[in-house]
Design a protein around this ligand. Structure first.
Ligand code: F6R
Length: 611
């Protein structure tokens, strides 16, 4: 949440920072702003998207070789020009941007008010900035020292970037709980919430850790901890190409990412799955194979779409490995004082690897002796680093705010882990495992088949785009897919949608059914099929509009439906990898039909780094 960018070097900072902000706009787009150092500090900021900021600066002085920029997802204070970052300190000598939440800002604010400070915004950021400013002025110390003193008083999460009137080419950065990457160039440095703003300039990056502080100049990067000890920056080489973060001819990132799934699932399986040899290789997980096999339970911890992947994995793991699985919302788990025994295995699932609730949930569990395995997409992210071991999903950068390809990659990885453990524990017949491995290998081709003609789904989307509510129903492995389908629709089209276990709908939601309500069934041929068919009859009898995702050739389901989306025949355990795809497309095309900004849905941000 909130995107931050910084640059200091020989280029003009404005275009570098603004381009970077556009890349990070998926993190928030309530307002955008930039501070440039050009003899003095120049701050420009505007409510709205980065494009609004660009318009706002037309005719203004935007020169300067050092700059910091921000794209905001509002927490403290409504989206407005005055709450936009960067903020200027009362002395006018410091400009700062911030991603995160300063939890004790009110206490700090009261102290500053008593000292006569006045505030121009409602933000926690301006409070922290003036708190730093006040320490600096009062103690006659350097900015670095003032930041160090201030951060020892702060509770909450932050990445802050500061530029100072008296230090024309210096950016000071600090982090706790929110992501910060520094790009190392020749005679220049870049900063970003992720690596995308710097990709076209450098592949050498340093991931800053919590409680670290960096002093960055064109030719110098000094990394310290809050105790003022100098640290050696660990420079890593990025393995991402620029094309991966561009739209590549698609209208939206979401559509591009849906269409990438045959490749991303393939990439995720590549080198790990060899169906001919009945072999799965997941070196990170194998280190802990004994512990996983002996575990009394596995707890999946995640949020949103990743939680839906966890819920699907519960069905898969229990079937394959006969281990008790619990699936927890990270935001509940972290505050609930859950019972955790040393040796419990926690699987943290996260696309970004930065979701604040998931991060803290696993930190807490780790402290209680649990083994933490990460199923994470972003390499080097906080959750990946804090986990004992794990398996990356290798889906490549996901930029569309609604998660699509990350979900299928998570399912692919989780299925491989479950099948690996089943092999080791001997909890599933070898022939069944072998059949599932072969099926898994065929999934990319089957997803490609679904994507080869999407005109049917587009027409269905147009037909129901004006509906006020949707109900999504599924059973067994397809129940979490119903939840995911409903979430996608809500996010992208702002239509109210609910996902439910198909049989459970009789216990309440059936009261909603009338001749206006589209009900989407995820009804592939599986062991629940007859039951789901009965549920479809029940909806039809009440004049609900039945839309169904069905297996190819399933005439019974087709005849009961007003509209159908077909998927290739597949083993029920792996069906979610297919059934979710038409639902992603349905949400996308309904969003388009309703003229919604599908890549930047209102109020959302991709990486939820505040709790
Ligand atoms: C939904 C979506 C969110 C994320 C959730 C967790 O389309 O994108 O629900 O799934 O915020 O994010 P990660 O997976 O990054 O931890």
């Amino acid at each position: 949440m909130c995107g931050i960018v910084g640059y200091t070097g020989y280029r003009d900072a404005f275009p570098v920072v603004v381009k970077g902000l556009k890349r990070l706009e998926y993190r928030g787009y309530d307002s955008a702003g930039i501070a440039l150092h050009n003899q003095s500090l120049h701050v420009y900021k505007k409510m709205g998207k980065v494009a609004d900021l660009e318009e706002h600066v037309v005719g203004k002085n935007i020169s300067g070789k050092t700059g910091i920029g921000h794209t905001r997802w509002a927490t403290h204070g409504e989206p407005s020009d005055r709450n936009a970052h960067p903020h200027l300190s009362a002395s006018g000598k410091l400009a700062m941007i911030h991603n995160g939440i300063i939890e004790n800002y009110n206490q700090l604010k009261q102290e500053l008010l008593q000292k006569g400070y006045q505030f121009k915004s409602d933000t926690d950021t301006e409070v922290l900035l003036n708190f730093i400013d006040e320490i600096k002025e009062n103690n006659h110390c350097s900015l670095e020292e003032a930041v160090r003193i201030a951060l020892k008083r702060v509770t909450g999460a932050y990445v802050i970037l500061l530029v100072e009137q008296d230090a024309p080419d210096t950016i000071l950065a600090a982090r706790k709980g929110s992501p910060l990457v520094i790009g190392v160039g020749k005679g220049e440095h870049f900063l970003g919430s992720d690596a995308s703003p710097m990709l076209e300039y450098t592949k050498e990056v340093v991931y800053v850790n919590d409680y670290e502080l960096a002093i960055i100049r064109p030719d110098e990067l000094i990394l310290k901890n809050l105790g003022n000890e100098v640290l050696t920056p660990y420079v890593q080489k990025l393995d991402i190409e620029l094309a991966a973060i561009e739209k590549g001819g698609y209208d939206h990132f979401m559509l591009k990412e849906i269409f990438e799934q045959p490749q991303t699932i393939y990439d995720c399986l590549r080198g790990r799955l060899d169906a001919h040899k009945n072999k799965i290789t997941l070196s990170g997980i194998e280190q802990y194979a004994k512990e996983i096999c002996n575990a009394n339970r596995i707890i999946m911890v995640a949020c949103g779409t990743s939680w839906h992947a966890g819920l699907t994995a519960e069905y898969i793991f229990e079937e394959c490995c006969r281990i008790n699985v619990e699936v927890e919302y990270a935001s509940e788990f972290r505050y609930r004082n859950p019972v955790i025994h040393p040796g419990d295995v926690i699987i943290a699932i996260s696309q970004s690897g930065e979701t604040a609730d998931t991060l803290v949930a696993i930190e807490n569990a780790k402290a209680k002796g649990a083994i933490i395995l990460g199923v994470v997409n972003v390499v080097g992210s906080s959750i990946a680093r804090i986990s004992h071991a794990g398996a990356y999903t290798h889906a490549g950068p996901e930029i569309g705010v609604a998660s699509t390809k990350a979900f299928t990659a998570q399912l692919a990885v989780l299925s491989m882990i479950a099948l690996k453990i089943a092999q080791l524990k001997g909890t599933m017949p070898a022939e069944r495992i072998s059949a599932l491995l072969s099926e898994l290998e065929e999934i990319p081709g089957k997803v490609q088949q679904i994507l080869s003609d999407t005109t049917g789904i587009e027409s269905i989307a147009k037909k129901y785009a004006t509906a006020r509510d949707f109900l999504y129903l599924g059973r067994g492995y397809n129940f979490p897919v119903a939840l995911e389908g409903a979430l996608k629709l809500k996010e992208i089209s702002y239509i109210h949608a609910e996902g439910y276990p198909a049989a459970e709908m009789k216990h309440g939601p059936i009261a909603l059914v009338d001749d206006q309500l589209p009900v989407v069934f995820v009804a592939t041929r599986d062991s629940y099929h007859e039951k789901v068919i009965s549920n479809m009859q029940e909806i039809k009898a009440r004049k609900g509009k039945v839309i169904a995702v069905v297996s190819e050739g399933d005439e019974t389901a087709i005849n009961l439906s007003e509209s159908v989306m077909t998927v290739p025949v597949c083993d029920e355990m792996l069906a979610p990898l297919l059934t979710v795809v038409p639902l992603q497309l349905l949400a996308y095309y309904i969003g388009i039909a309703r003229d919604c900004d599908v890549d930047k849905p209102r109020n959302l941000a991709k990486s939820v780094t505040v709790e």
